[in-house]
Design a protein around this ligand. Structure first.
Ligand code: P53
Length: 476
């Protein structure tokens, strides 16, 4: 058998993309709430419009999302029916600390997640909890400039103290920051960063990244102190960069693009800033404020496992003529002529998953956890509301086969696999509902119309079988 007996099969969501209930239970406003659907989804937080609140012209999909806040019991029961061993989800920071800098947490928010975790426990589902999935309380954005401020480390530490103690025994797997390397694409939602005219953007990004890296080490330290059973992982938006040609310049461009992303994980897993990053910062005039205590924390509290999302490989080249960009939003890279793409222009590369796993495993020699993978597609329910999503089954079967090869043939230690958006939810990149990833269809359109009714797609029973056979039977 390829996969370990206790292999953690499951699915993933993120609070801001599924919960809704944005102003219920004492929850405070967060950066992820005020991002509308539409072309200018992210420009509103660049400071151009200075939008820190809702306006009349836009639709804000996160306000209600798929209302998991009220439907979590039904949804977790469906996950259990598929046989999930784990459920990756995130907590909304502003449910627990509505403003972010309070001394005392909001009991109602804490209780909500306790109920969710107990519901998982009922079915023997192990929660895998992302502490921050692109979210930051709005008050911390406005009063401190979010992660650009060192003070955020202390607020995050308080959050970790509270949740690790409160959920001791209920949760054993934690991820500190979702896709930490996405901070380089700010003002995308990560880290709550926005920029003013005249800002030295690179300087701010790397300083904010340093704060997150230190916060991540502190979280790892506390998690281990509170419960030695706790396992903490970092989380990388992965996807190896291929050189467009064997021209050495292209190969070098691909290495540099990989370095840019591995930088974060190098610090979190090896405990030190890699030399190439220090040199790059020196060249670019980036001076990071870091203390000797910071460095000691980074060194002593490295992660237990490496988790990552994988949707596609990427392609790097120095030749501007060849830089035909894929549509895949911030995943945009030169187009790979050998690959097909999704309806959203994300290129599909199952073997790329095996390559990426090998690259990461070779580099860190720690257990891996694939915590996001999937196909965003338009689903059209038939007259009975049933979706025959063979395209999704094909995509997942090919990727699971590739990860099976990585385990069976390459000997990679893999803890588990959770598909992205196991239930349809709001897209992070576009704010759309119609970009669906789920095994469970949710009746809701881009602008919030629909009954929110849940129904099983064809892939629901397929994934159930995959889990039941521990990945042996991938047939459709
Ligand atoms: P959507 C871009 C590139 C890689 C991963 O993305 C990304 C993104 C964001 O668009 O995000 C992860 O919803 C992320 C999830 C997100 C998922 O990929 O744009 O962790 O929050 O929903 C899929 O199709």
């Amino acid at each position: 058998m390829a996969f370990r007996k206790d292999f953690l099969w499951g699915g993933t969501t993120a609070a801001n993309q599924c919960e809704g209930g944005y102003d219920e239970g004492g929850r405070g406003l967060a950066n992820v709430d005020v991002v509308p659907i539409g072309e200018d989804r992210f420009s509103v937080i660049t400071g151009q419009k200075k939008m820190f609140d809702f306006d009349e012209e836009h639709f804000y999909p996160a306000k209600e999302a798929i209302d998991m806040y009220h439907n979590y019991k039904e949804d977790i029961a469906l996950f259990a029916e598929m046989g999930f061993k784990t459920y990756r989800m995130s907590i909304a920071w502003s449910r627990i600390f509505p403003k972010g800098d309070e001394k005392e947490p909001n009991e109602e928010g804490l209780k909500f997640y306790e109920d969710v975790f107990k519901e998982c426990q009922k079915y023997g589902i192990e929660p895998l909890v992302t502490i921050t999935h692109f979210d930051c309380p709005m008050h911390l954005v406005e009063a401190y400039g979010a992660w650009r401020s060192r003070e955020l480390i202390g607020f995050y530490e308080n959050l970790c103290q509270v949740i690790f103690n409160r959920y001791k025994g209920l949760v054993h797997y934690w991820l500190t920051f979702n896709e930490i390397n996405m901070i380089l694409h700010a003002p995308f939602m990560g880290a709550g960063l926005y920029f003013e005219e005249g800002d030295n953007i690179e300087q701010i990004k790397y300083q904010a990244a340093h704060h997150e890296l230190v916060a991540s080490a502190i979280a790892t330290k506390i998690a281990h102190e509170v419960d030695p059973e706790n396992k903490v992982g970092c989380m990388l938006a992965a996807g190896t960069n291929y050189p467009f040609t064997c021209k050495p310049e292209d190969v070098w461009a691909s290495r540099q693009a990989d370095h840019e992303n591995y930088f974060f994980i190098d610090v979190q897993s090896r405990g030190e800033y890699p030399a190439y990053a220090l040199k790059k910062m020196e060249r670019d005039g980036i001076v990071i404020d870091m203390t000797s205590e910071d460095l000691a924390l980074l060194k002593e509290h490295t992660v237990d496992f490496i988790s990552f999302s994988y949707y596609s490989s990427r392609v790097a080249t120095t030749d501007p003529e060849l830089l035909e960009q894929t549509a895949g939003n911030i995943f945009a890279s030169a187009k790979n002529p050998y690959l097909k793409e999704s309806e959203w222009g994300w290129q599909i590369d199952p073997l790329g998953l095996r390559i990426t796993m090998n690259d990461i495993y070779d580099r860190y020699q720690k257990p891996l956890f694939i915590v996001e993978n999937g196909l965003g597609a338009i689903d059209t329910p038939d007259e009975n509301g049933y979706v025959e999503d063979d395209y999704r089954i094909d995509y997942l079967a090919q990727h699971i086969q590739a990860m099976k090869d990585a385990v069976e043939l390459d000997g990679i230690d893999l803890l588990g696999y959770t598909t992205w958006g196991c239930i349809d939810l709001v897209s992070a990149g576009t704010g759309e509902m119609k970009k669906r990833y789920g095994f469970i269809y949710v009746d809701r359109d881009n602008y919030g119309n629909g009954t929110l009714k849940r129904s099983k797609k064809k892939s629901f029973d397929w994934y159930k079988k995959v889990i039941a056979t521990n990945g042996e039977d991938l047939s459709n």
